[in-house]
Every structure is written in structure tokens, then in C-alpha cells.
Design a binder for this molecule. Structure first.
Ligand SMILES: C[S@@+](CC[C@H](N)C(=O)[O-])C[C@H]1O[C@@H](n2cnc3c(N)ncnc32)[C@H](O)[C@@H]1O
Length: 343
């Protein structure tokens, strides 16, 4: 396999906790340094404590001495219990972690502009995990909005954690994205539990070109060739429960095929496994179980099985029946994978 052009970029974030992989960090730096032309802003959705933000900002600085546009970092900045797995901070669920984010990015001054806003998430009763991680309607955060007059050159999405949130985000930025130029960087594209990301982008695949596939991570990037069709986005239901499930499963399979055609068999398998989460969110546990079992049987040999193990845990938690443990990969393969840099 040829080396990715970002493989030698810096990807260190010091003490800042991050949920993105080392290769993704290098990629974000490269993106800011070489792909961003300062023709518009970088909009980051879901920066958490700033690990990804720092990589983007460092890259932007390295490529542009006196930028005219900024890196806008939008998050609801609400601490959730699962975050404690990645960072030990004296915070309770619901508390704001914005002060930590601000401290971590302070050295970039005006280049990084935090903004507290929320993407609306629908509640999914059958998915315990979604319930823990999603925005709560009881929290009175400002809804995400974007001014069309502020062009977006790079949209980095790592905070659209629901079908509804993704729909709201895309509908909100249509007018600010620049056809022929803007990049849509979807961090969750290959995350099996975030099926709405590949599904939405597949739905508008005719106006996008796949540009980058980060192999040791779940990020896939698209260039916007023509304007995003707002009417088509809004014609999709606001709740995942109203989706045409056959069409959705077909779209996921198409998204997976695109990755397989690039030689990314693991990415393709992860996107296909997303059909299990789709089935669960539709309340169809039997189908979720079937998709999971098929994924276990067809998983690329010796490949990272993190997604399968995570699926086993989350689907079990939600009462999906007949889940056998994922096939074991060798300790050597696991060690190799760790050394090669999953965060
Ligand atoms: C996976 S973390 C992002 C990790 C980060 N990019 C990094 O480098 O570590 C997702 C982020 O999205 C934010 N988020 C999740 N749901 C959101 C919502 N509905 N509205 C706004 N922000 C949300 C979370 O607060 C969290 O900071």
C-alpha cells in the first residue's frame, strides 16, 4: 500500500485527551496545512477537549501566516459519563467542559473560536448507549445555526451523533458550503454505530467526490462538487423511525462498496455492520442480530475487530438476542494493531 500523504505530519497533542486516532490527527494537521486555502472558515462540530482542534489549528498556522478566516469549534460542551473513560476530570454529567477546551486551545488566540450550541438528537428508547450519550431535551442549549454569509471551506464533523443531528447540521450549512471547493470531513463515516453519517452522505453522493480515506481511523472526506440539495435533505424524515429501511440498507451497502473498491475492506465491513445499528434503532432486534452474525462470519481475516467487539457490547446491552462473541483474532495481530496507532 502506498503511504498516505499525511503519514509524516505531526500528530502530537501533548497532554490533551483525544478520541481520534494518531493517523486522524496527522490527517487533520495535513488538511489544515495543505488543503485549506483560507478561502473560507474551518467549522469543527464536536471538538470535545480540543485534541482534533489543535491538530487542525497547528496545520492552519503552518500553512498560513496571517489567516483571514478562523476555526470555529461548535460543541454543547456537556460532560457525559462515557467521557470519563478517556479523560479524568472533576466533572459530573451535564457540567460544562468548555473551560478545559478553552485552556487547551488558548495558544491559538483568535484563530480558534469556540461556540456552545447543540444539534438536536432524537431519543432512541431501544438503544441504551444512545440514551447515555445524546443531548438531553431538558438542557436548554442554543440550537446550532450558521450564517450563510460566512463561507465554510472545511466542515469537520465529529459531533453529529444522531440521524436528526446530521440532518439538522447539513440543512444548516448548505448555503455556506462552496461547490467545487468545500470539503466534508466525516469522522464517524466508518464507525459502525453512526450509520446515519454514511447514509446521509450516500443520499447526496451525486454531488460529492470521495477524496480521502483515513485507514487507521474512521474518517472519510468528500469534496462538494455541486450545491447540496437542501430539498432532498429536508425530504428525509426527521426521525430515524420513519426511514424506509430497505432503501437505507441498500444505501449503506453502496457506501460500503465504495470503500471496498478503494481496497478498504475493513472500512467496508464496518459500514456494513452499521446496518445492525440501523435495525436496532428501528426496533428490529432480530435483524440486528442477523446483521451482526453475518459480519462475524465475513469479517476480513486478521483485521481490526474493535468494531465487532464494540457491536457485541452495545447490542447485548440493548437486548439483541443470539449474539456470539466475535471470532478471536491472534494476540500478535492485536499487538501489531496497537503499535500501529489506534488511539
Ligand atoms: C467523539 S467526541 C469528539 C472527539 C474530538 N474530536 C477529539 O479529538 O477527541 C464528540 C463531541 O461531540 C459533542 N456532541 C455530541 N452530541 C452533540 C450534540 N447533539 N450537539 C453538540 N455537540 C455534541 C460532544 O460533546 C463531544 O465533545
Amino acid at each position: 500500500m502506498t503511504r498516505a500523504p499525511w503519514s509524516r505530519e505531526p500528530g502530537e497533542v501533548g497532554e490533551i485527551p483525544t478520541m481520534v486516532s494518531r493517523e486522524e490527527r496527522r490527517y487533520l494537521h495535513w488538511l489544515g496545512r495543505t488543503q485549506w486555502q483560507d478561502h473560507g472558515h474551518v467549522l469543527e462540530i464536536g471538538p470535545w477537549l480540543g485534541g482534533s482542534t489543535v491538530c487542525l489549528a497547528q496545520g492552519m498556522r503552518a500553512g498560513h501566516a496571517a489567516p483571514r478566516h478562523a476555526l470555529h469549534a461548535v460543541d454543547n460542551f456537556r460532560w457525559r459519563e462515557f467521557m470519563a473513560r478517556y479523560a479524568r476530570l472533576p466533572l459530573a454529567p451535564g457540567d460544562s467542559f468548555r473551560p478545559y477546551f478553552e485552556r487547551n486551545v488558548a495558544r491559538f488566540g483568535e484563530l480558534v473560536r469556540p461556540r456552545a450550541a447543540v444539534l438536536p438528537d432524537e431519543a432512541i428508547a431501544v438503544d441504551e448507549w444512545a440514551d447515555v450519550t445524546r443531548a438531553k431535551s431538558s438542557e436548554s442549549d442554543a440550537p446550532f445555526e450558521w450564517d450563510d454569509r460566512e463561507p465554510i471551506e472545511i466542515l469537520f464533523i465529529d459531533g453529529a451523533k444522531s440521524w436528526r443531528g446530521m440532518r439538522h447540521l447539513l440543512a444548516g450549512v448548505v448555503g455556506a458550503l462552496k461547490p467545487g471547493e468545500s470539503l466534508l470531513v466525516a469522522q464517524d463515516y466508518k464507525h459502525w454505530g453512526a450509520f446515519w453519517v454514511p447514509l446521509f452522505l450516500q443520499h447526496v453522493a451525486d454531488v460529492l467526490t470521495l477524496e480521502h480515506d483515513v485507514r487507521r481511523g474512521s474518517t472519510v472526506t468528500f469534496r462538494l462538487e455541486r450545491e447540496l440539495p437542501l430539498e432532498r435533505i429536508l425530504a428525509l424524515p426527521d426521525h430515524v423511525g420513519a426511514l424506509d429501511v430497505q432503501l437505507a440498507a441498500h444505501a449503506l451497502a453502496q457506501a460500503a462498496d465504495r470503500l471496498a473498491a478503494l481496497g478498504d475492506d475493513l472500512g467496508a465491513a464496518q459500514v456494513e455492520l452499521g446496518a445492525a445499528m440501523l435495525a436496532l434503532h428501528r426496533g428490529d432486534r432480530a435483524r440486528a442480530s442477523e446483521v451482526y452474525r453475518r459480519a462475524c462470519a465475513t469479517w476480513p481475516r486478521g483485521a481490526d475487530d474493535h468494531a465487532l467487539r464494540n457491536a457485541h457490547e452495545r447490542l447485548s446491552l440493548s437486548g439483541v438476542p443470539e449474539l456470539t462473541s466475535p471470532p478471536r483474532i491472534s494476540r500478535l495481530a492485536r499487538l501489531k494493531r496497537r503499535l500501529l496507532g489506534r488511539a
